[in-house]
Design a protein around this ligand. Structure first.
Ligand SMILES: Cc1ncc(COP(=O)(O)O)c(C=O)c1O
Ligand SMILES: N[C@@H](CCOP(=O)(O)O)C(=O)O
Length: 528
C-alpha cells in the first residue's frame, strides 16, 4: 500500500493531459514522475486553481538525492521505458552498427563520428503537449536531478542513468536576455535575444554537456569499467567544466592546454579544481591530436565533443530557448563555432522538439567563425565542395581558435538541414561588436562578439529582417576575457581603431580637479 507521503507526493506531481499513441500497461513511467512542490494551473484545462497542498519538508538527516531515491522506491523503482544507444553518425537506420552507452567507444567501425540515438518510438508514445507540460513543470525547482536545465529533460538525454549516478550543478535554465537597446540602436530590431549560456557554473555552455559526460563516467566507474580519469584538450572552457564536474564527483581529470593561448581566468579554473594540467607547446589542434592518441592507449575517458555524449547535454539549450518563448519558434539562432559540436547540438535539440510534436518547425541556424580560424566558413563559401583544415591564427575569440574541427560533418549536416548560413568576423569586427554590446549593458565574451558580427552582417544584407525573432547564443562569461576588453578600451591593439573604446580618465585627488572634469563631461552631454 502506498504510504501517506507517497500519496502526498504524487498529489503534487504535475499531471499533464496525456495522449497516448500506444497505451502503455504502466501508463505513468516512474522517471516521468517529478516531485514538484507546485501543481501549476497550466496543467488544468479548466483553469481552476489546483488543490494546493504544501510539500512536507524532507527529514533533516536526508539530502535531496536521498529524498529523490526514497520517492523512486515508493513509486516502484527507476527502470526506464526509454533508451538510447550510440550509432554511427548519419549512417541511416539500416546500418545495424550500434553500441550501448555503457561501452567506451568514440568512433564507428569505419572511423566516423558517433551519435546518440534515442528510441523515438518510445518517446512518441507521449504527445508534444505532454512533453511541453512535463518540461515546464520542472523549471527552477530543486528536485533532484530535475532542477537542472539539462536533467529536466532527462528522458531525452540519458534516459537510463540512475539519478543517484548523476553529477549536476543544477546547470542550464540560463537567462534569455531581451537585447532591447542593442537591437533597437544598432540593428533596428525589436525581437533580438541573447541566450546567456555562459552565465553558468563554470562560465560557459560546456557545463551542459559535461554534467552528462561526467555522470556517465561516474556510472561506468560504478560498473567497474576501466576509467582511471577523464581527459580533454581545451581552449579553456571544456577544461574548466571538466575539472569542476570531476572534482565534484571525486574523479581525476587531466587537461591538455595550448601554452599561452587561453585566458588567465580559464587557466586558473582547472588548477583550482585540482586537475592535472599539461600546458603544451602547441595549438588546440595539436592538443586534440595528442589527447586522442593518449586516450586510445590509457584508460582515460575522452571528454571532448568528439564524444557524442556531450552533445546530449548541450542540445538542451535549444529546447530551453523554445520553452522560454512558450514553445514559439524563433526565426534565427546564431551560434559561434570552433570544434563545431555545439551547432549540431542546437540542431538536434530543435529537431527532436519538431519530431516529437512540441513545435512545428525549426529555426534557421547561423554558425559564426572568427576569420582567423574559419575552416567551416571557407568550406561553406566553396559550396560545400572542398573541406580543408586550416592553421588557426591567433584571435581574441581564443576559445574558437581551432583549424581542424572534429565535428565538421555534424556541423555541415546541421546547416544543410536547417537552411543554415556560415558567417565570419574579423578581429576588429568582433571586438567592436563586443564593445557595442557591452555599451548597452551586456558584458559578453569575444565569441559572442563573433556571433553578433554575423548578425550585423546578415541584417545589413537584408537576410535577417528587422522583425525576425533572432537569438544570439552567448557561449561564455565576459569575465573570463577581461584582458581583451582592457586592451580594447585602452586602445592598445595594434592596427585596430577601437572605435567604441571608453578610456578611464586620470585625475588628481582634488575636489576642484574632479569638479572641472565633471563639468566638462556634463557640458559635452554624457555619452550613452
Ligand atoms: C566560449 C566558446 N564559444 C564557442 C565555442 C565553440 O563551440 P564548438 O566547439 O562546439 O563549436 C567554444 C568551444 O569551442 C567556446 O569555448
Ligand atoms: N572551446 C573548446 C574547444 C574544445 O571543444 P570541445 O567541445 O570539443 O570540447 C574548449 O573550451 O576547450
Amino acid at each position: 500500500m502506498a504510504s501517506a507521503t507517497s500519496l502526498f507526493y504524487s498529489s503534487l506531481t504535475p499531471k499533464p493531459k496525456l495522449v497516448y499513441q500506444n497505451p502503455l500497461p504502466n501508463h505513468r513511467p516512474s522517471l516521468l514522475v517529478v516531485s514538484s512542490a507546485t501543481n501549476d494551473s497550466h496543467n488544468n484545462n479548466n483553469n481552476s486553481a489546483p488543490p494546493t497542498a504544501l510539500k512536507k519538508r524532507r527529514p533533516a538527516e536526508e539530502n535531496i538525492r536521498e529524498e529523490a531515491r526514497r520517492h523512486r522506491l515508493v513509486d516502484g523503482g527507476s527502470s526506464s521505458e526509454f533508451s538510447a544507444k550510440y550509432v554511427p553518425f548519419n549512417a541511416g537506420q539500416y546500418s545495424g552498427e550500434c553500441y550501448s552507452l555503457d561501452e567506451i567507444v568514440y568512433r564507428s567501425k569505419s572511423g566516423g563520428l558517433l551519435d546518440v540515438q534515442h528510441d523515438m518510438d518510445a518517446l512518441k508514445r507521449y504527445d508534444g503537449a505532454y512533453w511541453r507540460s512535463l518540461f515546464d513543470s520542472r523549471v527552477g525547482k530543486t528536485t533532484w536531478p530535475y532542477g537542472s536545465g539539462v536533467w529536466s529533460k532527462k528522458e531525452w538525454v540519458l534516459p537510463e542513468i540512475d539519478p543517484d549516478d548523476i553529477i549536476s550543478a543544477f546547470e542550464g535554465n540560463s537567462n534569455l536576455f531581451w537585447a532591447e537597446r542593442f537591437g533597437k540602436e544598432f540593428l533596428s530590431m525589436n525581437d533580438l535575444w541573447v541566450k546567456h549560456c555562459g552565465i553558468s557554473h563554470t562560465g560557459s555552455f560546456k557545463d551542459l554537456g559535461m554534467t552528462v559526460l561526467v555522470s556517465q563516467v561516474n556510472r561506468l566507474r560504478k560498473l567497474k569499467r576501466p576509467v582511471v580519469g577523464v581527459g580533454c584538450a581545451s581552449t579553456g572552457d571544456t577544461s574548466a567544466a571538466l575539472s569542476a564536474y570531476c572534482a565534484s564527483a571525486g574523479i581525476p581529470s587531466i587537461v591538455f592546454l595550448p601554452a599561452n593561448k587561453i585566458s588567465i581566468a580559464q587557466l586558473v579554473q582547472p588548477i583550482a579544481n585540482g586537475a592535472f594540467v599539461l600546458s603544451i607547446d602547441t595549438d588546440f589542434d595539436g592538443c586534440m591530436k595528442l589527447i586522442r592518441e593518449v586516450t586510445s592507449e590509457l584508460p582515460i575517458y575522452l571528454a571532448n565533443s568528439l564524444n557524442s555524449l556531450r552533445l546530449e547535454g548541450q542540445k538542451t539549450a535549444a529546447i530551453e530557448i523554445l520553452q522560454q518563448f512558450d514553445w514559439e519558434v524563433p526565426d534565427w539562432v546564431i551560434v559561434p563555432g570552433g570544434n563545431l559540436g555545439n551547432i549540431y547540438a542546437f540542431y538536434k535539440g530543435f529537431k527532436m522538439c519538431e519530431e516529437l510534436g512540441l513545435v512545428d518547425r525549426i529555426p534557421r541556424l547561423v554558425c559564426a567563425q572568427s576569420a582567423n580560424a574559419n575552416p567551416l566558413y571557407l568550406y561553406y563559401k566553396s559550396g560545400w565542395k572542398n573541406f580543408q583544415p586550416v592553421t588557426a591564427n591567433s584571435t581574441f575569440a581564443s576559445a574558437i581558435q581551432i583549424g581542424d574541427p572534429v565535428s565538421i560533418e555534424r556541423a555541415v549536416y546541421a546547416l544543410k538541414n536547417s537552411d543554415g548560413i556560415v558567417e565570419e568576423a574579423t578581429e576588429e569586427e568582433l571586438m567592436d561588436a563586443t564593445a557595442q554590446a557591452d555599451s548597452t549593458g551586456m558584458f559578453i565574451c569575444p565569441h559572442t562578439g563573433v556571433a553578433l558580427t554575423a548578425l550585423i552582417k546578415l541584417r545589413k544584407s537584408g537576410v535577417i529582417g528587422a522583425s525576425d525573432r533572432t537569438v544570439v547564443v552567448s557561449t561564455a562569461h565576459g569575465l573570463k576575457f577581461t584582458q581583451s576588453k582592457i586592451d580594447y578600451h585602452s586602445k592598445a591593439i595594434d592596427g585596430m581603431q577601437c572605435r567604441f573604446a571608453n578610456l578611464p580618465v586620470q585625475v588628481k585627488d582634488d575636489f576642484g580637479a574632479v569638479m572641472d572634469l565633471l563639468q566638462q563631461y556634463l557640458k559635452k552631454g554624457p555619452k550613452v
